[in-house]
Design a protein around this ligand. Structure first.
Ligand SMILES: NC(=O)C1=CN([C@@H]2O[C@H](COP(=O)(O)OP(=O)(O)OC[C@H]3O[C@@H](n4cnc5c(N)ncnc54)[C@H](OP(=O)(O)O)[C@@H]3O)[C@@H](O)[C@H]2O)[C@@H](O)CC1
Ligand SMILES: Nc1ncnc2c1ncn2[C@@H]1O[C@H](COP(=O)(O)OP(=O)(O)O)[C@@H](O)[C@H]1O
Ligand SMILES: [Mg+2]
Length: 275
């Protein structure tokens, strides 16, 4: 297993060409946030915007519209019950993040199934939170696309069938190979399984152990893969940046809140971009 280092940052975070516009930096659609879990998709959306994604649309419950616009005015709102709108947004996107705060009701399942049916092979899809749980419990068939799963250990137990105590790199790898996607297995020592390599994230702090921390990571991964061509590198750089910012904040804070990480992303990316 390789240990990630800060070298991944300037390799991945490129200088922005002068001759560019918002379309250059990715069209990302985030789907999730029911009436109870609006915060999850708002944090994911904010993380995508602050990571530099060019155009961000959030498909969520109508009850989250005002909060979304208040917290992330850069994001476009779409009502999650408007199925044809969601389908057209998915069709036009290059990156999709699905699952933060989606919930596991019949309506959540219907949304996920419709989204999967309309995803195209060239799209990058981050599958997080409730979407992982639904895929596992309902044995949904996965779309053919560039898939990136971001489970915590219990979500990985549900998806892989490997009990948390038995989640060794060797066993995890067998399931990762069957999934045909990248897996970010989150814990206090997050591991990233790409097609060919396994990486350990050396950073992270218990100050991060707070609700919404993974939703924020899902949005950052979405923002990074929407912009940077090398998909594996983009995932690694997002995971590393998320923890590195948290460690910086934790030098003077007992707990680090997801929205505080989000606010720091643009500065951190500038500091660690290609020189
Ligand atoms: N503000 C919002 O809107 C928020 C909305 N959210 C949304 O809620 C939805 C459900 O997601 P979820 O993660 O909260 O619940 P679930 O999938 O049942 O997992 C929890 C179970 O797993 C266990 N567990 C074991 N190891 C673990 C580990 N390393 N890391 C974490 N858990 C671990 C854990 O064990 P325990 O805590 O009991 O020890 C518990 O039994 C999802 O859509 C998410 O996006 C949240 O993000 C919060 C903020
Ligand atoms: N003790 C810890 N040390 C380092 N990182 C942690 C610790 N606890 C949680 N994290 C990080 O916080 C995030 C939690 O993700 P997740 O459980 O999906 O949160 P949520 O769904 O509430 O947003 C992961 O990135 C995980 O690595
Ligand atoms: Mg989560």
């Amino acid at each position: 297993m390789e240990t990630l280092t800060a070298a991944i940052l300037p390799q991945t975070i490129r200088q922005r060409p002068a001759d560019s516009h918002k379309g250059t930096y990715g069209r990302i659609v985030l789907i999730g946030g029911n009436d109870n879990f609006g915060g999850a998709i708002i944090m994911a959306s904010a993380a995508a915007v602050y990571s530099g994604a060019g155009l961000v649309t959030t498909v969520t419950a109508k009850s989250n519209q005002t909060s979304l616009h208040d917290r992330v005015p850069e994001a476009i709102f779409a009502d999650i019950t408007d199925v044809s709108l969601m389908v057209s947004l998915i069709t036009a996107a290059d990156t999709i993040v699905i699952g933060p705060g989606l919930g596991t009701t019949n309506q959540s399942r219907a949304t996920l199934t419709t989204a999967f049916e309309n995803i195209q092979a060239d799209q990058r899809v981050i599958i997080d939170g409730s979407a992982i749980t639904l895929v596992a419990t309902d044995q949904l068939s996965l779309p053919t696309a560039h898939l990136i799963f971001t489970p915590h250990q219990m979500e990985w137990q549900r998806l892989s069938g490997i009990a948390i105590a038995d989640q060794t790199p060797q066993r995890n790898r067998q399931v990762v190979d069957e999934l045909h996607g990248i897996v970010v297995l989150k814990s206090h020592h997050t591991e990233i399984y790409t097609a060919t390599e396994t990486y350990r994230n050396p950073l992270g702090t218990p100050a991060q152990a707070t609700g919404g921390m993974g939703d924020t990571l899902a949005g950052m991964v979405g923002g990074f893969v929407a912009q940077f061509a090398n998909e594996s590198q983009a995932v690694l750089a997002a995971v590393y940046s998320h923890s590195a910012i948290a460690e910086e904040l934790a030098t003077s804070q007992y707990v680090v809140l997801p929205h505080q990480i989000i606010t720091e992303i643009p500065r951190f990316m500038k500091t660690h971009s290609e020189k």
